[in-house]
Design a protein around this ligand. Structure first.
Ligand SMILES: Cc1ncc(COP(=O)(O)O)c(C=O)c1O
Length: 415
């Protein structure tokens, strides 16, 4: 049985299979590649969404969806509206500060002393490193780790943006913050504002049930109309809540250094909210295949991995070495890599992408001999970097550079 997926994307000017064969002719496979031309077009595309709207003025790239410092630098070097980075770990932010990156927002809470110490060190070295928090007890623990007389650590309150109905019995969204009303936000600011050791610098409200929920998922066809409804209903309620929060804090005289929202899957609506100072984009730059399944996402596939064909057991089959790079999240076929080129290849449903080998169904029109490369796309944008030491950077059909991943640099922040 084959896994069959309709082709949704129409990339702008994708390299064809013969071009990729030439690019990879002298490379050891498996290899991971970035089409820099497509990547740059994606960077320009998200920037253009902001200029079109009159809402958010800055875009913060999410490092978790890239994990290659050179690519992160490339986005920031393109200038406004890109500013700062959304990091996934305190140790990561500290390392990035050492490398000269600034305006770092650690979007996932921690109270570990080693993490707080790392953020304080980054701050002492002159970088702005803010930490997302979601409850007063956590903030008190953090504050207690900042010595008297030291500069307070800037913290950003995460507010739950999930869509809740029937008094919370239906919860559509992620399980992150217990703070979900304007009153709770105001209470938090009042209480945390009295703590020595921290400074409340802003708000983050991430609408995961919009940004992380595709409405054209070919693997979950029956859910798509429901997903579409959840997305539309959420965008309205999320925008309303974020506006109310901003108004309430303004009335109290609080000045927010940042109010962050959004992600690749919601950027077209998040970007229009004037009460937000910034939106996050990560996955859209490399555009992993999950982002084909959003009616509003227009970025091009820019990152691939190439495996070599190593055996042919039967007519109509070819087997590649490697490939089992399954993505995190709710398990399913949409979390499995997709064969990309040559066109027409299909995974075998009984094996999928294997621990060591990946068999493929090959159409009659194709002949794939041992040694031939097959290109795949990962479901998620950042996780591929955990499997490769470097990404080959390709422009105009030629390798123009090699960029080490975090893994290639020996960095492992959350395992
Ligand atoms: C806090 C936060 N913001 C934004 C995003 C969106 O990231 P991306 O654009 O890579 O989907 C995520 C993804 O999980 C997130 O956790």
């Amino acid at each position: 049985m084959a896994i069959s997926v309709p082709q949704i994307h129409k990339p702008h000017a994708p390299l064809d299979y013969e071009s990729w064969r030439k690019v990879l002719a002298n490379e050891r496979l498996p290899a991971a590649v970035v089409d820099l031309d497509a990547f740059d077009r994606n960077v320009a595309h998200f920037a253009s969404l902001l200029r079109a709207g009159a809402g958010v003025s800055r875009l913060r790239p999410a490092t978790k969806s890239i994990r290659v410092p050179e690519l992160m630098r490339r986005i920031l070097a393109s200038g406004a509206p890109y500013q700062g980075l959304m990091c996934y770990a305190a140790q990561e932010a500290a390392w990035l500060a050492e490398q000269g990156f600034d305006d770092l927002l650690v979007a996932y809470p921690t109270v570990q002393p080693a993490d707080i110490a790392a953020l304080r060190l980054a701050q002492e070295r002159g970088a702005t490193a803010r930490l997302v928090v979601d409850s007063l007890p956590s903030v008190e623990r953090i504050a207690s780790q900042v010595p008297a007389g030291a500069a307070p650590l800037p913290v950003v309150l995460e507010v739950d943006m999930s869509l809740r109905m029937l008094g919370g019995r239906i919860h559509l969204g992620v399980r992150r913050s217990p703070v979900r009303t304007v009153e709770q936000v105001v209470e938090f600011f009042a209480a945390a504002g009295k703590l020595r050791g921290v400074r409340v610098a802003g708000i983050m409200g991430y609408e995961a049930q919009v940004a992380g929920l595709g409405d054209r998922n070919p693997f979950k066809k029956w859910i798509n109309p429901i997903a579409g409804w959840i997305r539309r209903a959420s965008m309205r309620s999320v925008a309303r809540l974020r506006e109310q929060i901003q108004r309430a804090l303004e009335q109290r005289g609080e000045t927010l250094e940042l109010f962050n929202g959004g992600g690749t899957g919601s950027i077209t609506s998040t970007a229009l909210e004037p009460w937000l100072t910034e939106a996050t984009v990560g996955s859209g730059f490399l555009c992993s295949h999950l982002f084909d399944y959003y009616s509003n996402v227009r970025s091009e596939p820019a990152c691939f991995f190439a495996l070599q064909v190593v055996r042919k057991s039967d007519a109509g089959y070819a087997t590649c070495l490697g490939g089992g790079f399954i993505a995190s999240g709710e398990p399913g076929w949409d979390k499995v890599p997709r064969p990309y080129l040559p066109a027409g290849l299909k995974l075998v449903s009984t094996e999928g992408c294997g621990e060591v080998q990946t068999p493929l169904l090959v159409p009659e029109s194709q002949s794939l001999e041992p040694g031939a490369p097959v290109l795949f796309r990962h479901a998620k944008a950042g996780e591929l970097a955990e499997h490769f030491d470097e990404y080959l950077l390709v422009s105009d059909g030629e390798i123009v550079g090699r960029a080490p991943t975090y893994r290639g640099l020996g960095l492992c922040f959350i395992g």
